[in-house]
Design a protein around this ligand. Structure first.
Ligand code: PNS
Length: 160
């Protein structure tokens, strides 16, 4: 039984994240999408809004669940009996940061292994930050995020 955490700030979830979730769900028995605060970012969407969006757009995957945590990821892995942390890699620019986090997580907990899935090339330019910037400036974000997320972004910026 392989239980995996797929952690991130997901502000908001993009089609790139969904591709990783879908692929992880075929490799692992259970995938727990874990929404955590990234201390170096200030989120656009509340934790509740992000969880709700992820739940809506991952409904079709029966072994994918959504949760939140505010402490160290490796401690949550222990609590959940998860052996694996799944991370998506888009480009070399992601590698340094992800490599550092993977090594720190292994130093903190040698029982948890980080597994990297390479993004599909069609998603390699996609990031939550860029999608937010395009939406904020009223550009087209169709095909970059699922429909409900697109609607939530448009609504969010109408009220800004
Ligand atoms: O989607 P993001 O913003 O790149 O996700 C980063 C995240 C939330 C996965 C990372 O900041 C994290 O793991 N935070 C939890 C706290 C923690 O364990 N920090 C030590 C990481 S080595």
């Amino acid at each position: 039984m392989i239980k995996a955490l797929y952690p991130g700030s997901f502000d908001p979830i993009t089609n790139g994240h969904i591709d990783i979730i879908q692929r992880a769900s075929t490799l692992c028995n259970e995938v727990l999408v874990t929404v955590l605060p990234n201390l170096s970012k200030s989120p656009l969407f509340s934790l509740e809004e992000r969880v709700k969006m992820i739940e809506t757009v991952t409904e079709e995957f029966p072994n994918v669940f959504v949760t939140t945590y505010s402490g160290l990821l490796v401690n949550f892995a222990n609590e959940q009996n998860a052996q694996v942390i799944i991370k998506g890699l888009r480009a070399v620019s992601d590698f340094e940061y992800e490599f550092q986090m993977a090594l720190m997580n292994r130093k903190l907990n040698t029982n948890v292994e980080t597994i990297f899935l390479m993004t599909q090339s069609k998603n390699s330019f996609l990031s939550s930050s860029l999608v937010k910037e395009v939406a904020r400036l009223e550009g087209c974000i169709k095909g970059l995020v699922p429909g409900p997320v697109e609607e939530a972004l448009i609504k969010k910026f109408q009220h800004k």
